[in-house]
Write a protein that binds this ligand. Structure first.
Ligand code: EPZ
Length: 417
């Protein structure tokens, strides 16, 4: 991607469906023999990777350009999720719960490491064992068997885990008896995911609080469901508007999904106006005020917006500390931003950002999804030209991002060398 800064972004951006809801919702097709119809599913490479795995398992689907997809898993071909699929997209671990719940067995590759951290799945495994699954780990694979089916019980997560919560919910919906998930993740995607499963005949309550109660049922049926807007995409473009001192109308997003994020942005001098079908976001004050953040599970400041927020603070009047509490290696954008003139020093899980007057365009390297998009935002505000390599990281989580930004005045083009 070649970006010529610095251009204030002005216009409207249509927020796409939430990647981190679409992924677990697609996997839910494994829980029923009926057809599921989903609307507003974003066309992203992470979604394609998951659909490749589901096809391998036996799902058939028809994915239309307009984001509507029909899926049917009538006859499973295998209960094995090979390393080649799982390594491409770690959320593939989500097939473990439903395969054991409905087919009483699964052989799923361990996801392995990831750029942002070890991202172990030990809590997924521990919880499934508590529900009656015999699990052994051999040659990098999770071998799971539950010949007598699963039994509901109390699951206490020592830390809030998003896909851990989702995996156990899918295991519990067909288990015998009730499962109480304590210290469950509370993200809007978890709430919507439970709503979908209830539309399929599940009996779930408490979603959105730290205790989710799942009463097992005999079977689930098909349904039609619409994916909620992507709050991380919303936050990403809100910061792009603020950093470039522009004004964006973010269509279809919900303020309530990002309340603590927007409250932080308000303290930096960035305001939003709520409309019935979206938010207008712009910077009210000339200068960007420094505001410290700590990332935390929902409803705290989202870790997925930490890198983008770092770009905003790199141009603040003063200095701010940014503490990453969720992942152990989520500062890979910092050396690249430093090459663009940012003044940031890292001490363990805290980065201290001292504001500079401007950033300068430079060739930079994308590393993980959110670090990559933070470099793109930096390129929009930097003076001169920025070249971002390894764009596949960005295409994993942002649908048509260059087109959306070009429509708001950005000088941005994709090219291959
Ligand atoms: C989900 O990942 C999201 N992915 C991530 O978004 C997001 O950053 C993360 O939640 C935190 O909000 C999807 O929903 C597909 P966790 P997940 O389990 O579920 C540790 C993006 O950019 N942990 O909530 O994998 C883990 O290492 C992606 O869209 C264990 O130790 O995250 C991490 O430090 C990146 N053992 C912390 O918990 C476990 O068994 C939170 O991880 C599970 C997790």
């Amino acid at each position: 991607m070649r970006i010529k800064g610095s251009v204030p972004l002005n216009g409207t951006i249509e927020i796409s469906g939430a990647k981190n809801l679409a992924l677990p919702v697609l996997v839910a097709t494994l829980l029923t023999d009926d057809k599921i119809i989903l609307k507003n599913v974003p066309h992203l490479s992470d979604i394609t990777s998951l659909l490749d795995l589901l096809t391998y398992l036996g799902t058939v689907y028809n994915f239309q350009q307009n984001g509507t997809i029909e899926l049917l898993t009538k006859s499973l071909k295998t209960t094995e999720a090979p390393y080649d699929y799982v390594r491409k997209m770690r959320a593939s671990i989500l097939v473990l719960g439903p395969l054991v719940a409905k087919y009483k067995e699964a052989k799923v590759s361990l996801p392995g490491g990831c750029a942002i951290g070890a991202r172990s799945v030990d809590l997924h495994i521990k919880a499934l064992r508590q529900m009656g699954t015999e699990i052994s780990i051999d040659n990098g694979y999770i071998n799971a068997k539950a010949p007598k089916g699963l039994t509901g019980c109390d699951i206490i997560f020592p830390i809030a885990t998003v896909t851990g919560t989702e995996n156990i919910i899918m295991a519990a919906v067909l288990a015998k008896g009730t499962t109480n998930i304590i210290n469950a993740a509370m993200e809007p995607e978890i709430v919507a995911f439970c709503d979908l499963l209830n539309c399929m005949g599940a009996s779930i309550s408490g979603q959105g609080t730290s205790t989710i109660v799942v009463n097992g049922v005999e079977s689930l049926h098909g349904t039609e469901f619409t994916i909620i807007p992507d709050r991380i995409e919303t936050g990403t473009f809100a910061i792009a508007a603020a950093v470039t001192n522009g004004k964006l109308f973010l269509k279809n997003c919900k303020y309530s999904h990002l309340a603590s994020f927007f409250e932080t942005l308000f303290l930096t001098g960035v305001v939003h106006e709520e409309k019935e079908d979206g938010l207008i976001v712009y910077r009210k004050s000339e200068k960007i005020k420094p505001v410290d953040i700590q990332t935390a599970p929902y409803p705290g400041f989202p870790t997925d917006l930490q890198a983008q927020y770092t770009v905003l603070m790199s141009l603040c009047k003063g200095a701010a500390s940014i503490t990453e509490n969720i992942f152990e290696n989520r500062f890979m954008h910092i050396p690249e931003l430093t090459r663009m003139g940012a003044n940031i020093s890292v001490h363990g899980k805290t980065a201290v950002v001292t504001g500079v007057n401007k950033l300068n365009g430079a060739p930079v390297m994308a590393t993980d999804l959110r670090a990559s998009v933070s470099l793109l935002i930096a390129g929009l505000v930097a003076e001169g030209e920025t070249i971002i390599n390894r764009l596949y990281h960005i295409d994993r989580g942002y649908e048509n991002i260059d087109e959306k930004l070009r429509n708001c005045g950005a000088n941005i083009e994709r090219f291959s060398v």
